[in-house]
Design a binder for this molecule. Structure first.
Ligand code: TYR
Length: 406
């Protein structure tokens, strides 16, 4: 099966510029392609992860990825798909973020022996001369066309600064630069990047008289059409310091029945025939499919050992297993029994704020032995500790072990 068919069967491809040519190129040639990532945070999130998988499938099929870190474009800020102007990032933050995300990319893409390139567009964007750039590149952009681009149109009413309006030229120029210097003929990206990608193709055509291609990737949405990868505490990050591995595992373990197959296709390397077989089954097998999903995604992002730990912790809590060593644990001493349960949970980082903790408790979000604890003054008693711990549930799915030591 060609990689194009595989990508299509897995549901990656949303829009593409030249279907027949792309199919042919991916089947008969080795293509150099790129995806850009702006370092707007110090970790990648699930949206980036899909893009990484998209790249990894292409690399496995023998094509050459360029992972482009947008150290230059992050100085501008892409208005595509954003309702408001982002706060401007400092150079220091951008540098720090680049370190974080480069490290993560190396887990998914093999950069050894020139099998892929990791580039930073700051290397060519930061030294551009304004007047020269306008004469050389700006001359090819029609403001009329730009105003018709979906990513810009959506922002016009809310307000769009001249700074952000330039973003498309920067990304377009990247494609031209990579085409000229690295033989890159294809750009991949999220579907909100479509207009920026077309800008690059147009520039390559005008300046080089060559045809370049673009394919966009499906954004991960759930069965209700909302973006996936969001938790009550914010984005689902790939960095375990920002989203603990256990929480990451549980997120996928608990996806809606209707979303499991889609996630298996986009976020794992499980054989597509196998996934299609699961798709045809109904009923209880869906639970097995969720376990498979959670384990495979966690393994890709955090490694096999961490995935095993998260899995056994989940089984201990929900499947009657006995190994509690991997359950998030809050250690307390006997003197802590003077404190309220709320104080103990707050100190253990269970809630992002005191107000949130109070609200959650009052609404019945905290329980012990299936009993809701809504009294904010509730204290744990020594008798509660039948073993040396008490299991506290937050919501339906999160469990903490309060461990009495000493
Ligand atoms: N604009 C892309 C990132 C990007 C940056 C530079 C590029 O050349 C391509 C893509 C985003 O916001 O996700």
């Amino acid at each position: 099966m060609s990689v194009f068919d595989e990508l299509q069967r897995r549901g990656y491809i949303k829009q593409l510029t030249h279907e027949d040519e792309i199919k042919k190129a991916l089947t008969e040639e080795k293509v150099t392609f790129y995806i850009g990532f702006d370092p707007t945070a110090d970790s990648l999130h699930v949206g980036h992860f899909i893009a990484m998988m998209f790249m990894a499938h292409m690399q496995r099929a023998g094509h050459k990825p360029i992972a482009l870190v947008g150290g230059g474009t992050a100085m501008i800020g892409d208005p595509s798909g954003k309702t408001d102007m982002r706060s401007m990032l400092s150079r220091e933050d951008i540098e720090k973020n680049i370190v974080g995300i480069k490290r993560q990319m190396e887990k998914f893409i093999d950069f050894s022996e020139d099998k892929a390139l990791l580039l930073n567009n700051a290397d060519w964007l930061m030294n551009l001369n304004y007047v020269e750039f306008l004469r050389d590149i700006g001359v090819h952009f029609s403001v009329n066309n730009m105003l018709r681009a979906e990513s810009i149109k959506q922002r016009l009413e809310k307000g769009l600064s001249f700074l952000e309006f330039n973003y498309m030229l920067m990304q377009g120029y990247d494609f031209l630069y990579l085409n000229q210097n690295h033989g890159c003929t294809m750009q991949l990206g999220g579907d909100d990047q479509w207009s920026n990608m077309l800008a690059g193709i147009d520039l390559v055509r005008r300046k080089e008289r060559k045809t370049a291609f673009a394919m966009t990737c499906t954004l991960l949405t759930n069965s209700e059409g909302q973006k996936m990868g969001k938790t009550v505490n914010g984005a689902l990050w790939l960095n375990p310091e920002k989203t603990p591995v256990y929480d990451f595992y549980q997120y996928w373990r608990n996806v809606d029945d209707r979303d499991v197959v889609k996630c298996l296709k986009l976020l794992t390397f499980v054989d597509i025939n196998e996934i299609e077989r699961i798709e045809a089954l109904e009923g209880q097998d869906i639970n097995e499919a969720k376990k498979l999903l959670a384990y495979e995604v966690t393994k890709l992002v955090h490694g096999e050992e961490e995935a095993d730990k998260a899995k056994s912790a989940a089984e201990a809590l929900f499947g009657g297993g006995t190994d509690l060593s991997n359950v998030p644990t809050i250690e307390i001493t006997r003197t802590d029994l003077e404190k309220t349960l709320l104080e103990i949970l707050l100190a253990g980082g269970v809630f992002p704020s005191k107000a949130e903790g109070r609200r959650n408790m009052e609404q019945g979000g905290v329980s012990i032995d299936e009993e809701k604890i809504t009294d904010l003054q509730h204290k744990l008693k020594e008798e509660d500790f039948k073993e040396d711990y008490v299991l506290v549930k937050k919501g339906k799915k999160k469990i903490y072990r309060v461990l009495l030591v000493g």
